[in-house]
Design a protein around this ligand. Structure first.
Ligand SMILES: [Zn+2]
Length: 197
């Protein structure tokens, strides 16, 4: 059983956001390569964020590969100049914060609907698709446990979620345009480590 070095770039963010992005990345790797501990991917390791920056990714990869092994954590280091990275102006910071907020609302939307149903007085919720009477205490998500179609969302909810997705799209467009002037700025997290194979 050997090991291979893997590395991956992540956009500029706080350490906490990087940890979260890495966790999601690992989940995607498992979905793609499977749960095998010898997949040759960084699916199983933890992540240690190092407070050090490099000018180039090859310097960063040298640093990480010399200090990590297949039994330990992957390391994250900075490449480039984070102080020059998007967002810089007040408008950019506001737009970026708005996007984060809308994305949080999208993630929380279904969760909030389930909470709303569970805190209502009715003990049962009728499914308009299959006619089942679903006990509210068994409701886990917005879908009918019998036919798996939409159980909770009203037309107003559908309109709300659609408008959230529209907002997200237009903010993404705005951010894409704002980022144009940053195209020559080098700044990203580099996460690397040795994966068992
Ligand atoms: Zn149903």
């Amino acid at each position: 059983m050997g090991s291979c070095y893997k590395s991956q770039q992540f956009p500029v963010s706080s350490e906490k956001e990087l940890m979260e992005a890495f966790r999601i990345h690992q989940k995607d790797l498992v979905d793609y390569y499977g749960n095998d501990p010898y997949s040759g991917q960084l699916t199983k390791c933890g992540l240690k964020v190092c407070n050090i920056s490099f000018k180039t990714s090859s310097e960063a990869n040298d640093y990480i590969s010399e200090r990590t092994n297949k039994y330990g954590d992957a390391y994250a280091v900075k490449v480039g100049d984070f102080s020059k990275a998007y967002p810089q102006t007040k408008k950019e910071i506001d737009t970026f914060a708005k996007l984060k907020e809308v994305q949080k609302q999208i993630v929380d939307f279904d969760k909030d609907l389930v909470i709303r149903v569970k805190s209502s007085k009715s003990l049962f919720k009728g499914c308009t698709h299959c006619g089942s009477k679903v006990a509210v205490k068994f409701i886990q998500n917005t879908h009918c446990p019998v036919c798996n179609r939409e159980l909770i969302k009203t037309q107003t909810d559908h309109k709300k979620i659609t408008s959230l997705f529209q907002k997200e799209n237009s903010l993404k467009e705005e951010i894409k345009a704002q980022k144009e002037k940053y195209k020559n700025v080098v700044a990203y997290w580099l996460v690397g480590g040795w994966a068992a194979e």
